[in-house]
Design a protein around this ligand. Structure first.
Ligand code: SF4
Length: 451
């Protein structure tokens, strides 16, 4: 028993973390489809053999090797990696070498369970002798997803820049999809167009990411936006605008959320989902915040050694955040004159909203910070309704719901909680239809935020 426990703890510390990616196949789980492919393109540009794994087909395996108490994304991603490795072993036979693979599973600090996925998945992989040597490559929000150890030191910063830019461009492509699809001239044209555009942009990142030729990447994006604009039928009237917030995996993984955006669109919505860049910005913003707090405290206590260290951190994370803002603005400035896509929120602005109405504190962390403030911002901007999409039992999203529901009810703005756990709930579609009926009434009375 003791020996087994020691082996488990050793494996958690030795086989989960930041490992050199050179010469390995880096397996990226598909969360947001476009984001995963663009990120893989950025990795390939730096010489990493990155691959986006298929998703959701392994759910049975995921359920078999979890107890049911884990968060749903943990079950889905456990199934994804197990199915991928099983298939790979079957097709390669004796040539299968587990040491060639690194499975990408980042983590997040704080009170929620995302910090435990990769540990749990380590234990599951270790239960298969043939997969024990597959490493789990993890980045953590604790240091704002720093990449030390994964690349040669001198390329780490460049990769971080390219990776962040891939996140921003993927968000824009997603926004393009949600902007065009409800108004498309020819039914089904947008999906094919966006799939092709995603591959084009992934190639673009592969070619220009490492060179940091972001201008060329933006040039490609502009061509795509122009092309996409032509798919819109100008005779279709604006539709009720619905904002989505919630847990990052569920709200972006279309299989897990049973295509909630498409269902909303079927009942007459135009949807804007919260972005992924917002989360990345939040993790960096939170580090700046913590460093500033440490700085203030230690200044008061005259602990100058610590003051120096906190000052360094504040400057370093502050620099990262500034860089992220510059890149984000640069990308949106290039596409917004072409088509009126929804913009992104600044995290500092979201924090101000929470402070002003005394709704929640950034001290508590988690995605509830973004979701609560995000919905408030939708409300101020004139959206016709909001949906909170999350895994059943998700803690931050349950907090969001408990705080935001009475406010939305008071303001008479339609609000829907949409928890998912992989089961098909017979009343789900009727609930969405009812919600959209209410959103349409709101739209008739108040109009909507202009494009
Ligand atoms: S955000 Fe929710 S679903 Fe995701 S790990 Fe935390 S508790 Fe689980």
């Amino acid at each position: 028993m003791e020996a087994q426990k020691t082996a488990t703890f050793l494996s958690l510390s030795e086989n989960v973390g930041q490992f050199s990616l050179l010469g390995k196949t880096f397996l990226i789980p598909e969360m947001n489809r476009i984001g995963a492919h663009l990120l893989a393109g950025a990795f390939r540009s730096f010489g990493v053999n990155a691959l986006v794994m298929g998703t959701y087909e392994g759910l049975d395996l995921g359920k078999e090797f979890t107890s049911g108490k884990e968060c749903f994304p943990c079950q889905v991603t456990t199934g994804d990696i197990l199915l991928f490795l099983k298939k790979e072993k079957e097709s390669l036979g004796d040539d299968f070498n587990p040491e060639n693979y690194i499975f990408f599973m980042p983590e997040s600090e704080g009170p929620c369970r995302f910090g435990m996925y990769n540990k749990y998945q380590r234990i599951v992989l270790d239960s298969f002798p043939e997969f024990r040597k597959v490493k789990i490559g993890s980045l953590t929000s604790e240091n704002s997803y720093a990449l030390e150890g994964m690349f040669e030191k001198e390329r780490t910063r460049d990769f971080r820049k390219a990776a962040y830019f891939s996140v921003v461009i993927a968000d824009i492509l997603d926004r393009l999809l949600w902007r065009i699809r409800p108004y498309e001239r020819k039914q089904g044209a947008t999906d094919g167009f966006i799939e092709r555009s995603m591959m084009t942009m992934a190639d673009s990142f592969e070619s220009y990411g490492a060179k940091k030729d972001f201008d060329r990447i933006l040039g490609k994006l502009e061509e795509i936006v122009e092309e996409g604009k032509a798919l819109i039928d100008p005779d279709i009237h604006p539709k009720p605008l619905i904002g989505i917030v919630g847990e990052i995996y569920l709200r972006t993984h279309v299989h897990s959320n049973q295509n909630v955006i498409r269902v909303l669109e079927r009942y007459g919505a135009e949807v804007v989902n919260a972005s992924i860049a917002e989360w990345v910005d939040y993790t960096t913003y939170d580090k700046v915040r913590a460093a500033k707090a440490g700085l203030r405290l230690n200044l008061k206590q005259f602990r100058f050694n610590k003051v120096k260290s906190y000052l360094k951190q504040a400057l370093s994370y502050g620099g990262d955040l500034l860089y992220q803002h510059i890149r984000l603005d640069q990308a949106y400035k290039r596409v917004k004159p072409l088509l009126d896509l929804a913009g992104d929120h600044r995290v500092a602005h979201l924090e101000k909203i929470l402070i002003k109405d005394d709704l929640y504190s950034f001290e508590l962390g988690t995605e509830a910070c973004l979701s609560i403030a995000g919905i408030m911002e939708f409300m101020h901007e004139g959206y016709n309704g909001a949906v909170n999409v999350y895994p059943f039992t998700c803690m931050p999203s349950t907090i969001t719901s408990s705080i935001i529901r009475p406010i939305m009810s008071h303001e008479r703005i339609p609000f829907l909680d949409a928890p998912y756990d992989g089961t098909c709930q017979p009343g789900r579609e009727a609930t969405i239809r009812t919600f959209m009926y209410q959103a349409y009434q709101h739209y008739k009375r108040h109009g909507r935020k202009k494009h």
